[in-house]
Design a protein around this ligand. Structure first.
Ligand code: COD
Ligand code: ATP
Length: 227
């Protein structure tokens, strides 16, 4: 199975690229969504309550993600300590679930899947990827998209500062996507790049696209999850 990694700045369009590749027939694993499920699982809830108290999690009811975000995405060292604590609670089970999803896809003879992990390099997921695409967009657009999630520009900046810089991410990726057009432009750029990667002229691109007809899974360089 070919694993295409997606990384980039927060609120830059990684998931939009993930959805575009998924439309080409490659299942999409989104680490943010996996981590969300893990955060609500009973062992992690119990650990969170112990670490962060009733302020972020009452004994019943959902975890207050906004309050937790306030506690961990600050600029001060105490916030960084709390973020490390949160990661130590959430990351091991998240890693395990992602690994299992990859194995399941490989067992199903999937040709290609997309693995979107904001902390791709920080958590060493890059080593399982056959290629990595890095997504970025102009700051003004990202602020607009972040605002729709209720984040201020300062909140967007603070989250970004907790990650490797976009220059470091781009340097360690195979392709930097500037998400500066429409969603249709993005989708078509993705399709053209997939065509190029599979050795087809990009003029060949006509929708619908099926990556299983374009790629030979045996060409995957990483056999980590081969059953
Ligand atoms: C603090 C939490 C509850 C805030 O939830 P919220 O719904 O506001 O954000 P969401 O989870 O959708 O993340 C949005 C973006 O924030 C950034 N972000 C999230 N966690 C981290 C982190 N540990 N370090 C740096 N940036 C992060 C990423 O760019 C991510 O795409 C949540 O982000 C969390 O549980 N984080 C720890 C788990 C984690 O590291 N997830 C990242 C993928 S493994
Ligand atoms: N080219 C575009 N034109 C218009 N809207 C876009 C474009 N690219 C992304 N968006 C929108 O911007 C928002 C943020 O995009 P997306 O969720 O893909 O970012 P992300 O990088 O995955 O964010 P994060 O990792 O922080 O969760 C979404 O609502 C998405 O639909």
């Amino acid at each position: 199975m070919i694993i295409l990694g997606l990384v980039g700045n927060p609120a830059s369009g990684k998931s939009a690229v993930g959805e575009a590749v998924q439309q080409c027939g490659a299942p999409w694993i989104n680490a943010d969504l996996v981590a969300k499920e893990v955060l609500d699982a009973p062992p992690q809830r119990a650990a969170l309550q112990q670490a962060f108290g009733d302020d972020v999690i009452a004994s019943t009811g959902p975890i207050d993600r906004a309050k937790l975000a306030e506690q961990v995405f600050g600029d001060d060292p105490a916030s960084t300590d709390r973020l490390r604590r949160l990661e130590s609670i959430v990351h091991p089970a998240t890693r395990q679930r992602i690994r299992q999803q990859l194995v399941d896809l490989a067992v199903d003879q999937t040709t290609m899947c997309v693995l979107e992990v904001p902390l791709m390099f920080e958590s060493d997921w890059d080593v399982v990827c056959d290629a990595i695409w890095c997504v970025d967009a102009p700051w003004s657009r990202r602020c607009r998209w972040a605002e729709k999630r209720g984040w201020t520009p300062d909140e967007l900046r603070r989250r970004q500062d907790k990650q490797l810089s976009i220059q470091q991410k781009a340097r360690r990726s195979n392709w930097l996507i500037h998400n500066d057009g429409t969603l249709d432009d993005l989708r078509n750029r993705v399709a053209r790049r997939l065509a190029q990667w599979s050795g087809r002229p990009s003029s060949d691109v006509t929708w619908p696209i099926e990556v299983s007809r374009w790629f030979d899974p045996a060409s995957a360089h990483c056999h980590f999850v081969r059953p």
